[in-house]
Design a protein around this ligand. Structure first.
Ligand code: NAD
Length: 475
């Protein structure tokens, strides 16, 4: 099915682009063109900013109850579009249908429903005796999102902004724009006030750059690479705009010596299999006790057999990478790992056998990795695991933190005291102990160069608010 979406959604309407440039969207599993989008212009962006500014006075004054109802209606309508959302994500991203449903579809749904729940409990006015604190909408927010989670990153930002009463302009990634079109249709259907949601498709260099430098935008929330995050911060500094950045990671998974080897190995390989390893919070450095080396490596090799690579429409666990560009990047890191002297346990460069068409790559595990190697320090964003050995828990903690990143950390084992020690010593915004369940009310974001700010739940809502102190507020 060809999807030609050449319009932007501005001020409650689908409007033509003021420019004529378009960009093709490719299905990474088939390499076929599956549609086109318009590459917006600065003029399109100006119109969207104006619409959002016009919407601001009324939207920021809507009641909490009105916004809770709006978010609940969005969640319901999002559910009504379930099949289409799943199909679209599989087509544009290449993620297996099961992952498109259980991970991508569900994350979007959870963010809208969680925002409604968090908003119900949220306090916008607090009496502190000598003063009153009032939390007010930050104003017009520019949202720039990447391709790896087409509904998760858009939905968490939009849901939080709507909960706060902040109008938005969304620029989704060029590679995966169609899920965002469905979101726009959902907002239109449930009657999100005109101008409160605007969608301008386009390139990073025109619309992304335009958002971060626009004097009419008060806040930029970005998810993507560190290099782009740096440009956004520089641009935003010229108009003293607040920025929130959700960047990359090189997260550690510390396996303790009392862990069940099979379970831990399965947990480790699922990090590189899920979404073909294109996950910012994925564990890509597995730290194992030297004494367990042989046993653990064999268990990982075996666990990987449960994650075959193949056509995402056929229910495989590992689909292709998103693009030729991403495929090339991942290949170059695999080659780098071999050059650096790491041992290739499984995988390697090139395409898996029989999969010549599509941007498929072999899930790859490197062992005998030194944490100073490039493959242990840089974010690869593909199904590549580095395995590092350690002798003491202190050493495992030291290696875990020897990175510029701090997005996530994982620890697997039994002894509660050691689990607590490792979990509290990892310098990262999110640490998961064993197979703990996801919790969408919990804050998500990074320490160090993994970012600035937090998303999800009440922390997400706070990002789209300013705090005002009022002295002598009449009660
Ligand atoms: P990117 O940072 O270039 O793109 C992310 C978004 O930013 C896209 O919407 C893009 O159009 C926009 N953008 C690009 N240049 C911009 C600019 N100058 N100003 C404002 N916006 C701009 O990321 P990418 O090219 O899609 O992926 C490259 C690498 O980034 C990946 O290999 C991966 O390591 C990393 N990445 C991280 C995440 C994450 O969740 N942390 C997500 C995607 C990619």
């Amino acid at each position: 099915m060809m999807r030609n979406y050449l319009k932007h959604y501005i001020n409650g309407e689908w409007v033509d682009s003021t420019g004529s440039e378009t960009e093709v969207v490719v299905n990474p599993a088939t390499e076929e063109v599956i549609g086109n989008i318009s590459l917006g212009t600065k003029e399109d962006l100006d119109k969207a900013v104006q619409a959002a500014r016009d919407a601001f006075p009324a939207f920021s004054q809507t009641t909490k109850e009105e916004r809770v109802e709006m978010l609940e209606n969005i969640a319901k309508e999002y559910e009504n579009r379930k099949d289409e959302i799943i199909e679209t994500i599989t087509d544009e991203l290449g993620s297996p249908l099961e992952i498109s449903e259980k991970v991508h579809f569900m994350m979007g749904y959870n963010h809208f429903s969680q925002a409604a729940e968090s908003l119900k409990k949220f306090s916008f006015t607090e009496d502190h005796g000598g003063h009153t604190r009032v939390k007010e909408s930050i104003g017009v927010s520019g949202l720039i999102t990447p391709w790896n989670f087409p509904t998760n990153q858009t939905s968490t930002k939009i849901a939080s902004a709507f909960a706060a009463g902040s109008p938005v302009i969304l620029k989704p990634a060029e590679q995966t724009p169609f899920a965002a079109i469905i979101l726009a249709e959902i907002f239109d259907k449930v009657g999100v006030p005109k101008g409160a949601f605007n969608l301008v498709n386009g390139s990073g260099s025109v619309i992304g750059d335009g958002i971060s430098s626009h004097p009419g935008i008060d806040f930029v929330s970005f998810t993507g690479s560190g290099a782009t995050g740096e440009k956004i911060m520089k641009n935003a500094s010229e108009t003293i705009k607040k920025v929130a950045l959700e960047l990359g990671g090189k997260s550690p998974l510390v396996i303790l010596d009392d862990a069940n080897v099979e379970d831990a190995a399965k947990a480790a390989v699922s990090h590189i299999a899920t979404n073909s390893g294109q996950v910012c919070s994925a564990a890509t450095r597995t730290l194992i006790p030297s004494s367990m080396k042989e046993e653990f490596e064999q268990a990982m090799k075996k666990a990987l057999e449960d994650f075959p690579v193949g056509d995402p429409r056929e229910g495989n666990y590992v689909g292709p990478l998103v693009s030729k560009k991403q495929w090339d990047t991942v290949q170059s890191y695999i080659e780098k790992g071999m050059e650096e002297g790491a041992t290739l346990l499984v995988g390697g460069s090139g395409k898996p056998e029989g999969l010549d068409l599509g941007y498929y790559t072999k899930p790859t595990i490197f062992t005998d990795v030194d944490n100073q190697m490039v493959i242990a320090q840089e974010e690869i964003f593909g199904p590549v695991m580095t395995v590092i050995t350690y002798d003491t828990v202190e050493e495992a903690i030291q290696i875990s933190n020897d990175t510029i990143y701090g997005l996530a950390g994982y620890v697997y084992g039994k002894d509660p005291e050691t689990l607590r020690k490792v979990a509290s010593s990892i310098r990262a915004g999110r640490v998961k102990v064993n197979d703990a369940e996801a919790d969408f009310s919990s804050p998500f974001g990074g320490f160090k160069q993994s970012g600035i700010g937090r998303e999800w739940g009440d922390f997400g809502i706070e990002e789209y608010l300013e705090v005002k102190t009022i002295l002598g507020y009449p009660s």
